[in-house]
Design a protein around this ligand. Structure first.
Ligand SMILES: [Zn+2]
Length: 373
């Protein structure tokens, strides 16, 4: 089971300068690696592979003392990144999509790097070979075997994401109580027992603040110091939204997983959601995605089930008799003309989702038993 610990690094002034220098250097490497691939293809018709670039980097290090001063293991990161970008590009071309060609980065858009080897964590100190020891802040104790660490710059803060393997996940538990959840716009979610999980008020409040900060930013002269300040303000508001959203969805997910053995939810369809045209759409979309993601994390830890179901007809179908009852977006109650059932619109959908989820688990279990026999 993979777990990611997020912690805030506390680099000293000197370390901050060092990290900023490193990022700038990695950005240059990234852009030259991209240029190398592009030119080689355009002028010679030859593709360049990751190992070609790794060799070129080693040569380059021998020629320049400045390049040599940065750790090689970290310098390989932008090369891997370019390699992944190209692989994804060609995969999408093959699949008949229209992907964008990998783009050059600017000093401000290149904000993170991965360290895959030669680092360790000791108490509240992160040690990266040839880069230094960084103090960090975290609430929980880090355990498991370390895989990689990602260091990211967020404005003037530094965040580390430490990926650890914490051993086998617990076996899935038998289901004794299950729930279906319907994700909504007016409430965050409605459960199949009729409970509503409210949208926290901060969404509305922060939306207003975000709009205001963006208005201020739009009035500033491009490239000016004031624009940089306004940008930082917009970023802060965003960060606060993300922070409170994460805290809220974590609480909701933990509570649900503590209460139920199986949680069925509708499979998220981002394209369909965009059609809502709802003002705080992006905020809501992210909250749904985050909640589902959190539910999956917590379920894996506790050996419980989180099942995505096909959302087709879950709103229309009557949970009492199965009759399809069409509704407009504004119709908030489900009234069935054939069996007379009257239920909240989202409540009815949640019951349908629960039923679909249960049947999926049943089928999966039969499959597993079939393999065992
Ligand atoms: Zn009915």
């Amino acid at each position: 089971m993979i777990r990611t610990y997020t912690m805030r690094l506390k680099p000293t002034k000197r370390q901050q300068v060092k990290l900023n220098d490193l990022l700038e250097h990695l950005c240059v490497l990234y852009n030259s690696a991209l240029e190398h691939r592009k030119r080689s293809w355009e002028q010679l018709g030859k593709p360049v592979m990751y190992y070609d670039q790794q060799r070129a980097l080693t040569d380059f290090r021998g020629k320049s003392l400045e390049v040599f001063s940065f750790p090689l293991t970290i310098q390989r990161d932008p090369l891997r990144r370019i390699d992944r970008a190209f692989k994804a590009f060609f995969r999408r071309v093959k699949a008949g999509e229209k992907p964008g060609y990998p783009r050059f980065k600017t000093k401000t858009s290149y904000n993170s790097f991965n360290v895959a080897e030669r680092f360790s964590v000791n108490g509240s100190c992160l040690k990266i070979a040839r880069l230094g020891n960084f103090r960090f802040k975290t609430k929980c104790k880090v355990k498991g075997s370390f895989k990689t660490i990602n260091i990211a710059r967020r404005g003037n803060r530094w965040i580390a994401n430490l990926v650890c393997d914490i051993g086998e996940a617990p076996a899935k538990r038998p289901v004794s109580n299950a729930v279906g959840i319907d994700l909504g716009v007016t409430t965050l979610a409605t459960l199949s027992d009729g409970t509503e999980i409210a949208n926290p008020r901060w969404i509305k409040r922060e939306e207003g603040r975000l709009a205001e900060a963006q208005r201020v930013l739009a009035r500033k002269t491009k490239g000016s110091k004031n624009q940089a300040k306004a940008k930082e303000r917009v970023r802060r508001v965003y960060q606060r939204i993300v922070g409170s959203r994460n805290a809220y969805t974590t609480t909701v997910a933990k509570k649900l997983i503590g209460q139920y053995d199986l949680i069925a939810h509708e499979k998220l369809n981002i394209k369909a959601m965009a059609q809502y045209g709802y003002l705080g759409k992006s905020i809501m979309d992210a909250a749904w995605g985050k909640l589902i993601w959190r539910l999956n994390c917590e379920a894996e830890k506790a050996g419980k089930w989180v099942i995505p179901v096909n959302p087709r007809n879950t709103t229309k179908a009557c949970s009492g008799c199965g009759e399809l009852v069409p509704k407009t977006l504004s119709q908030r109650t489900h009234c069935c003309p054939s069996c007379g059932l009257v239920l909240g619109r989202d409540h009815n959908a949640a019951v349908n989702i629960l039923r679909l989820g249960e049947s999926l688990v049943e089928r999966q279990k039969i499959c597993l038993e079939g393999i065992a026999n």
